[in-house]
Design a protein around this ligand. Structure first.
Ligand code: 13P
Length: 284
């Protein structure tokens, strides 16, 4: 198979009321974990990369890892640019083969957000690339994007339809009470807001900041219309726990093939749990 856009996969999730998990990956090993697990569980899957990850792994390396993953996998593989703010970087990745992008202009005033998103949508449509954008701002830190409590903003349901229609996006990231990173206390989700957004908007809705959110909360948001669930921090924690444990028990270890494997195994448990949580298993 080839790398595909997220459009039809998310529309299927919307129709059948499940969510497609989007896992942030960083390199070959983390990609392998996600692809292997998705294959075993017959789940469509989104592999997401922030600008920081692209800088770390190298744009061409990463995209070509994704192309190989899609070739090997028996399930739909979507490579997604997560939280990209730089339009030129998005265009460059699209020209190399990326088929799914998030333009994050949520820090800008409303009209400027729309203008920037429209520019990306115009370019993306030429290459059959799906576009996600965000209205509202999640609190917390996602790589280099840091949003403090006072700058965070919930998605306004009254603007959501106007935003979707005027930009032409394929999916909408909503701010309804989740945060990037871990939580100090249980997140308070504004389910009413989510319901109102769902009533007004027909494109699939995206939940960012799913790490550390209790399962029953994520399940409820999926029932109410979330079609894509983003997970990053929990994967990093699991991978590093596996590696740390290995070094604890084998302080002399120096072979990456040996110390990275327990990291992969630990991360795999999280990927499996999130696929089950999203109910995306057997949907590919
Ligand atoms: P977490 O790190 O909180 O899981 O958030 C991931 C995310 O939303 C990526 O866009």
């Amino acid at each position: 198979m080839f790398i595909i856009s997220s459009k039809n996969v998310l529309l299927d999730a919307q129709k059948r009321n499940y969510a497609v998990p989007a896992f942030n990956i960083h390199n070959l090993e983390t990609t392998q974990v996600v692809v292997e697990t998705a294959n075993e569980m017959k789940s469509p899957v989104i592999l997401a990369a922030t600008p920081g990850t692209i800088k770390f792994a190298g744009e061409k390396y990463l995209i070509n890892i994704m192309k190989v993953a899609a070739e090997i996998a028996e399930v739909p593989i979507i490579f997604h640019l997560d939280h990209h703010e730089d339009v030129e970087a998005i265009k460059s990745a699209i020209l190399l083969g990326a088929k799914s992008v998030m333009i994050d202009a949520s820090a800008l005033p409303y009209e400027e957000n729309i203008k920037k998103v429209k520019e990306v949508v115009k370019f993306a449509k030429r290459y059959d690339v799906s576009v996600e954008a965000e209205l509202g701002k999640l609190v917390g830190q996602e790589d280099d994007i840091v949003v403090g409590e006072k700058d965070s903003q919930m998605t306004d349901p009254n603007l959501a339809n106007d935003f979707v229609k005027r930009t032409g996006i394929d999916s909408l990231a909503v701010a309804i009470g989740t945060a990037h990173g871990l939580y100090k206390s249980e997140p308070k989700i504004d389910y009413d807001r989510l319901e109102k957004i769902k009533e007004k908007v027909d494109v699939p809705l995206v939940l960012h900041g799913a790490s550390g959110v209790p399962d029953e909360i994520v399940r409820r948001t999926i029932e109410l219309g979330i079609c894509k669930v983003n997970v990053a921090t929990e994967l990093k924690i699991a991978f590093s726990e596996g590696v740390k444990n290995h070094f604890k028990n084998n302080p002399e270890a120096n072979d990456p093939r040996k110390y990275l494997t327990p990291g992969k195994e630990k991360m795999k448990e999280v990927v499996r749990d999130k696929i089950l949580l999203c109910n995306s298993n057997d949907k590919a």
